[in-house]
Ligand binder design. Sequence first.
Ligand code: PMP
Length: 437
Amino acid sequence: MRSRLLQRNLRIDPPLALTGQGMLIHDSNGKAVIDGSGGAAVACLGHGHPRVLEAMRAQMDRLSYAHTALYSCEPAEQLADMVLEGEPGGLTHLYLCSSGSEGVEAALKLARQYFVEIGQPNRRNFIARRQSYHGNTLGALAAGGNMMRRAIYQPILSDAFHHVSACYAYRDRRDDESDAQYVARLAAELEAQFQSLGPDTVAAFIAEPVVGATLGCVAALPGYFQAVRAICDRHGALLILDEVMSGMGRTGTMHAWEQEGVPPDIQVVAKGLGGGYQPIGGIMIGAKIIDALRDGSGGFMHGHTYQAHPIASAAALAVQQVIREEGLLENVRAMGALLEQRLVERLGNHRHVGDIRGRGLFWCAEFVADRASKAVFDPALKLNERIKREAYERGLACYPMAGTIDGKRGDHVILSPPYIARPADIEAIVARFGDAV
Ligand code: PMP
């Protein structure tokens, strides 16, 4: 073993990623690989975008760091103006940090502080969904519902987090149930969770509008988020939407919640915000929360050394400018439709592909040992890792994930190419993926 880094897998030395250009990454084995997943749905402009590099260089020349206890900075202010333009869903403020997990922590703590400011300190509980991923720090991990990831750390996770079912029609809607009946059953489960905790003890419900890592691109059925919003409103709880993966254009609209028509009180963003050029994440916040802080203690009792970092903000500002000026949301929708069509043509009838699903440029294939029973493969096979390796050999980087299904490990693989993808890229991605499968 050559590497002295603590890697995800200490038994394997991964190749070094040496250079990146557009859709391609070149590795230390001399291989050029199409970045079919933009890392983990991160690199939305691909690699080495000249406008982003130029913006970062210019910012480095001007100012590389200033602490927020003393200063705000130009690129962070401009980024907030751009992201909040038109106050989408009534969200008026942006808090910046350095990752998705930090964003989730900020959202949870802000929700808690909000209720203290308005004189409801008894609201300490959070409801989240099983089969969700909100990050790896302790608060975010406690919110997340993936039991495999939680198992080791369970004894040190907060007991303020409670879980209900996600909306996962492929596996959980009963055969004798209509979509509307399934949504009503999920709403009843959420209502029952509020009642068992005591509705006036719940601070917020947190969910991914399109479940990413844990289930693989699972959008809720129509009406689900309306029902969730109504329950939160009825009980005076906040709705936090974690758009770390689904947000900033990934699903074909700037925010995935636009497709549900249900804006949150707090929205977490990260990956597509900065496109991987610098570590950055944040939360977008509704006016009533800002007003409560302003009238109360005067600010947010939370912060990090690198929040609103000038170079990270400048990179994200350039990424957001490019998305808007180059009409990339339109390209996400067009290329997403092509990706869906080609995936279904190539793998729709495959005996081990149970479901192909997604939105925009956020697509997933769920693998099953048997299509009729939807049985998962023997976890020891690590099928998704195997598909990742086979795809890489064929020149495609994809994002393999394991969800827990009925207590067992299930396999799915995500394809989430950069928004700059052209038709030939999509064809090559599906051809290589299909061969790997
Ligand atoms: N929330 C969601 C929905 C995510 O997909 C992720 C990352 N996969 C996170 C939070 C955590 O983000 P980070 O890895 O940047 O901490």
